[in-house]
Design a protein around this ligand. Structure first.
Ligand code: IPE
Ligand code: IPE
Ligand code: MG
Length: 262
């Protein structure tokens, strides 16, 4: 029996393994990053086609500044080039691109380019593509808490009013739109490592985790479908029992059928 795929609303990916991909081919690490951009293009297309609402990609972590200067320069150049080259087709394909992270550390030229591309795609109503650059989960929580602390010191909020919702609403990802951004349903990390590396820490509290040995430049549509199939086979319980989840699903199904009849 063919089981129907459950498409996640939000997929978050740590795109890892570019360097090793290049090394295996006896090419410089940069070539791995370049090929990684091709994968981004393909995965964006696939997610659009599948009706995924939101795709978050970890492109550069707050810890990646520790890399050799040459690699950082190359990565920034590639980022700039990719923004330049992709802006038009993103807009044409109804994809909205937004960048999250502490952008103040980037050159002014890059910051301007980011603004330009964000503006160019802001009317898109299809896939929401969030690229995390100079992003860290701890940075995000810290800046959210700072925002709340300012409201408390201004007298706009009391310490007791700080709750999970207000922290969520002050996260950089949430603030990308008026209606916020749903938490990731599926987290994917390519490249074989089994760690989160400071990606969306708060937002991923209940994400389904999927780790694959495939290196990012090799992670094409077939690999994405494997991850989604794996995700579809899981039961998300959010603290409830398995029996509760099954009963709720059956009730929703019955209500749906009754509505169809009426
Ligand atoms: C991920 O690939 C891309 C970035 C961190 C920018 P890596 O560059 O980490 O590749 P590996 O882990 O060395 O193979
Ligand atoms: C995580 O990859 C960050 C990005 C993919 C941008 P890294 O390759 O930097 O992760 P660690 O340091 O090995 O955990
Ligand atoms: Mg790596």
């Amino acid at each position: 029996m063919k089981t129907e795929l459950n498409i996640p609303r939000h997929i978050a990916i740590v795109m890892d393994g570019n360097g090793r991909w290049a090394k295996r081919k006896h090419r410089p690490r940069f070539m791995g990053h370049k090929e990684g951009v091709e994968t981004v293009r393909e995965i964006v297309k696939s997610c659009s086609k599948l009706g995924v609402e939101c795709l978050s990609l970890f492109a550069f972590s707050s810890e990646n500044w520790k890399r050799p200067e040459e690699e950082i320069t190359n990565l920034m150049g590639l980022f700039m080039m990719a923004l330049d080259r992709e802006a038009k087709s993103l807009a044409r394909n109804n994809v909205r691109l937004q960048i999250v992270g502490d952008l103040s550390k980037f050159s002014e030229k890059l910051q301007d380019k980011i603004k330009q591309v964000e503006q160019r795609t802001e009317k898109s109503t299809g896939l929401r593509l969030i690229v995390a650059a100079n992003y860290g989960g701890r940075w995000d929580i810290t800046q959210a808490v700072q925002g709340l602390a300012k409201q408390v010191s201004n007298g706009d909020l009391t310490a007791e009013q700080i709750d999970e919702d207000s922290i969520t609403q002050n996260l950089s990802t949430y603030q990308l739109s008026e209606n916020g951004v749903p938490d990731p349903d599926l987290f994917i990390r390519t490249g074989g490592e089994k760690r989160i590396s400071n990606f969306l820490l708060w937002q991923m509290a209940y994400a389904e985790l999927y780790f694959t040995d495939a290196l990012w430049p090799d992670f094409k549509e077939g690999e994405l479908m494997k991850a989604i199939a794996d995700y579809s086979s899981r039961q998300r319980r959010f603290g409830k029992t398995s029996e509760q989840v099954i009963a709720e699903k059956e009730l929703a199904e019955t209500n749906r059928k009754n509505q169809e009849i009426n």
